[in-house]
Design a protein around this ligand. Structure first.
Ligand code: GLA
Length: 738
């Protein structure tokens, strides 16, 4: 075909009309409609759009199910005046705002300048697209404060990652008092319910719901760490949406320090969700020429209910967030010594446990607290990362060699950011902790927090761990963190720089993890914090799994795990089988029940194997082998929460399906029988309706009249009847495509 001049002119005209269009091979696209000044991101089932309004402000335009490629969003405009009292700035759906110009809502960023000025109004400057990321630059109307927003949409899930970088291009330092990663707007409506997670030690992941009404709900941690009091995750659903149906917006922050997510409904019924650094006690001094990047805030939307919202989060974590993404290796079955031996670890005792663990199919043996320094209780030793000579006279090598000879790899517990006052480290460096001059140093679990923001402390922690990993053949670290901050002072730096600790500490923590992973690429790491106190997308980017809860009671765990999977993938959810009756609530449960509860996540064993009888070993051996056959599906498949264990439910059930829908596994629990009621028929979800699946029970029994082979449609619509009576019963059934 001859390309005529007219065709070329026409093509140029089209390109100018639609602006810079970027369609990446990765399945997501970024378009800028030059005429309407509208940015549009599309991927999976989602469209996200915002535009530059007539005054140069960035306005949110659309975030919801994917629009047709031909749809053009109208330009953003200043909304009509509502009253003479508030400036229009409060009705503009600003993607990212400076605090100034009479703004009353959560701003993106708030700054104090050295001359006392605290007014900031950000207007659009320019944009660029690099790879799959859109960068949009804003600048204050007068001063050289430049904010660069990042937008990246995940091709697989349509989840958007947003963050902001604030650059001080003025000639003087400024103090940033608030910095959010993003503000997300929902369609204007009164029809919303917020879901969020709260908890406490040994009681993580309670699911809470409340109507979104005028005012603000703040989810946060002021503890210097992620915390378990709220998880940095939210979901807002339409009031009629539920687990399987309806529209849900959801998101999570990637930050392991003090954080905040605020869900706000204002006087004109705008609903906005903003999140980033916690503004409480925040004051980041930014030198001329320096910049501060916020954490990333990931958020998505679905029309298929809360279950699908969780599955999208899980998929994002598996394919984008985890260090081994997009194809993390399955978690090995591990044994951990903590509940068996406490601080009383020594070479013969650990070897005896290792031998028993290996006999049931354990793949990783982990020695917990007590192996170092003068660590005989939680009162001393933390900070002294040298092997305790009384307990291990020949170092760790004989134990590690024995563990290897038994066919397992070896893992070790550490708590690198902490120090007991009763330690050689603290005696040598009492100024290495967070403290405020002349004030008491509040202890938590008899320990203080090392100030990781200090270069010397960072170097000490890195070197101690690097030495440990270089001198010993260690495959895994359980990295613990057993208290929150108090008196977060940093007296070694100028008073107006001390609050930088909220950011610099966490950046150094991430830096150490990054460097260790680089130097010791085979080492895997678990994030633990007195249970689930440090779980967020930031730490998940640098660690391979997380400790769910110190509460290892298998029944309590059903509720805790159900809350966990709202936000986090079962792939990283460590779940141990421990002794019965359990220390936490004296409940007695069968070994099979305890196994089935833990097999819904990443299986570990934490029981005192010295107390086990031969039949316990036989049960464990059988169930560990069964678990290995289903674990890829459980850990990396799609999770369907069929029956919720919440609100005192008598039953609960989960189902996991492999990505190709060839395998599924059903776990069902009966908490207590009442009267003469049979266990309700369980209807599976997400199977291939036309495929045939053969079933077999791992544990428990089903009605003998049940067909052993039936279609996906049958299992989803006719369902399966499990025979469970009594209290604390459990069953697991596998579905394999024929
Ligand atoms: C924390 C962890 C436990 C255990 C102890 C050791 O409580 O959550 O699993 O490692 O520390 O002191």
């Amino acid at each position: 075909m001859r390309v005529t001049r007219a065709v070329v002119v026409m093509l140029i005209a089209i390109i100018v009309a639609i602006g810079d269009a970027h369609a990446a091979a990765s399945g997501q696209s970024i378009h800028f409609d030059q005429a309407n000044k509208v940015f549009r991101l599309d991927a999976a089932k989602v469209t996200y759009a915002f535009g530059v309004d007539d005054k140069g402000r960035l306005q949110s335009l659309y975030w919801g199910p994917r629009l047709d490629a031909s749809d053009r969003l109208p330009p953003a405009v200043t909304p009509p005046k509502a009253d003479g009292i508030d400036g229009d700035i409060n009705r503009v759906r600003q993607e990212y705002s400076g605090w100034g110009g009479g703004l009353y809502y959560e701003p993106g960023v708030k700054i104090t300048f050295p001359d006392g000025n605290r007014d900031l109004e950000l207007h659009y400057q320019s944009y660029s697209i690099k790879g799959d990321t859109l960068y949009v630059t804003l600048k204050d109307i007068e001063r050289a404060i430049v904010v660069t927003l990042e937008y990246e949409m995940d091709a697989g899930t349509g989840i958007v990652r947003r963050s902001a970088t604030i650059s001080n291009q003025t000639a003087t330092p400024v103090v940033i008092e608030q910095a959010n990663a993003a503000t997300w707007f929902l369609p204007r409506s009164r029809d919303y319910t917020l879901r969020f997670l709260s908890g406490r030690w040994a009681g993580e992941n309670d699911i809470n719901e409340r109507l979104v009404q005028p005012g603000k709900t703040v989810l946060e941690s002021r503890r210097g760490t992620t915390g378990m009091q709220n998880e940095p995750w939210f979901a807002v659903r339409r009031n009629d949406a539920d687990e399987t149906h309806g529209q849900v917006w959801f998101g999570a922050l990637a930050w392991s320090g003090s954080w905040q997510i605020a869900i706000e409904q204002d006087q004109v019924e705008q609903v906005r969700i903003s999140g980033g650094f916690n503004p409480f006690d925040f004051g980041y001094k930014l030198a001329p020429g320096a910049s501060l990047s916020t954490p990333s805030f990931y958020a998505g939307v679905t029309t298929d209910g809360l279950g699908e919202a969780s599955r999208l989060m899980h998929r994002l974590e598996l394919t984008k967030i985890l260090p081994q993404a997009p194809a993390p290796r399955v978690r090995p079955v591990l044994y951990n010594s903590w509940e068996a031996t406490g601080f009383k670890v020594d070479e013969p005792g650990q070897i005896a446990l290792a031998e028993k663990a290996a006999s049931i199919g354990v793949e990783r043996f982990v020695m917990d607290d007590g192996w170092f320094g003068a660590r005989n209780s939680d009162k001393g030793g933390l900070g002294d990362w040298v092997v305790n000579q009384q307990k291990f006279p020949h170092g760790l090598k004989p134990l590690i060699d024995r563990v290897h000879a038994l066919g397992m790899d070896f893992g070790l517990w550490v708590e690198p950011e902490m120090v007991n006052p009763d330690s050689d480290l603290y005696r040598a460096h009492p100024d290495w902790v967070l403290y405020m001059n002349g004030r008491p140093r509040t202890e938590g679990r008899n320990q203080l927090v090392l100030n990781l923001a200090r270069a010397d402390v960072r170097a000490y922690v890195y070197n101690a761990l690097d030495k440990l990993l270089s001198e010993n053949d260690i495959a895994f670290l359980k990295w613990d963190y057993n208290r929150s901050w108090s008196e977060p002072g940093w007296p070694a730096v100028a008073p107006d720089e001390q609050k930088n600790v909220y950011v610099d500490f966490i950046r150094n923590y991430y830096g150490i993890l990054q460097e260790l992973r680089k130097k010791h690429p085979k080492v895997e790491i678990e994030s633990c914090s007195s249970g689930g106190g440090r779980i967020d997308l930031g730490v998940m980017h640098l660690t391979d799994e997380v400790w769910t809860s110190d509460n290892t009671d298998a029944f309590d765990r059903l509720r805790i795990q159900d809350g966990f999977t709202q936000a986090w993938t079962p792939a990283v959810m460590m779940a141990w089988v421990t002794d019965s009756p359990t220390w936490v609530n004296s409940r007695t449960l069968s070994l099979e029940y305890r196994f089935l509860s833990s097999m819904q996540g990443s299986l570990g064993i934490g029981a005192d194997l010295n107390k086990w009888q031969p039949q316990d070993f036989a049960t464990a051996r059988r169930l560990v082998a069964e678990y290995k056959a289903i674990r890829k599906t459980v850990q990396q498949g799609s999770l369907y929460r069929l029956v919720s264990p919440q609100n005192g439910s008598e039953q609960s059930a989960t189902e996991s399906i492999s990505p190709d829908r060839a395998h599924a596994v059903l776990f069902a629990f009966l908490h207590s029988s009442t009267e003469n009621y049979p266990y309700p028929t369980v209807h599976l979800q997400g199977l291939d309706a036309n495929a045939k699946y053969r079933i077999h029970a791992i544990a428990g029994t089903f009605d003998p009249r049940t067909p052993l082979v039936a279609s996906g449609a049958y299992w989803m619509h006719a369902g399966i009847d499990l025979l469970m009576r009594g209290d604390f019963q459990a069953a697991a059934v596998v579905f394999d495509k024929e």
